[in-house]
Design a protein around this ligand. Structure first.
Ligand code: ZN
Length: 136
């Protein structure tokens, strides 16, 4: 991938990361429940629900943050935009939609087919292996 394109993505990731870290901090700060607010049952229920939502949001953001960090490491090592499966360049159009993608469209599609198959009853696991697909 061209250096100039990689730098464009680097900037994008850094912006996303600082935005995430800001909200991440905010969520954490506001996370502890105020016991005085929990005077009756309905308050307790909504507070518990809110806490659950925050935890869900937090784990989703943590996961996204991890993906951004991984992408930044790849940019640094010069492997960003390379498919982890077939080692071809990931389509730029795909990266623009999903900058943290680590598989090209073809590999992603075959991965999804494989997942559907294994969810279908775990049949023919060896038939869908990566090495076989690459030969074909
Ligand atoms: Zn691929």
């Amino acid at each position: 991938m061209k250096q100039v394109i990689m730098m464009k993505f680097k900037k994008l990731f850094e912006e996303q990361k600082s935005g995430l870290l800001y909200s991440y901090k905010f969520i954490n700060e506001d996370f502890t429940l105020n016991k005085e607010d929990l005077s009756d049952e309905s308050d307790l229920t909504s507070a518990t629900l809110e806490q659950g939502m925050r935890m869900q949001l937090r784990s989703r953001e943590a996961l996204f943050l991890k993906k951004i960090d991984e992408a930044l490491i790849k940019i640094q090592s010069g492997t960003f935009g390379t498919c982890e499966c077939c080692e071809e360049d990931i389509e730029l159009s795909r990266l623009e939609v999903r900058p943290t993608a680590n598989l090209c469209i073809a590999c992603k599609e075959s991965e999804e087919i494989r997942e559907t198959r294994s969810a279908d009853g775990r049949k023919s696991k060896s038939m869908g292996s990566r090495s076989n697909l690459r030969i074909a």
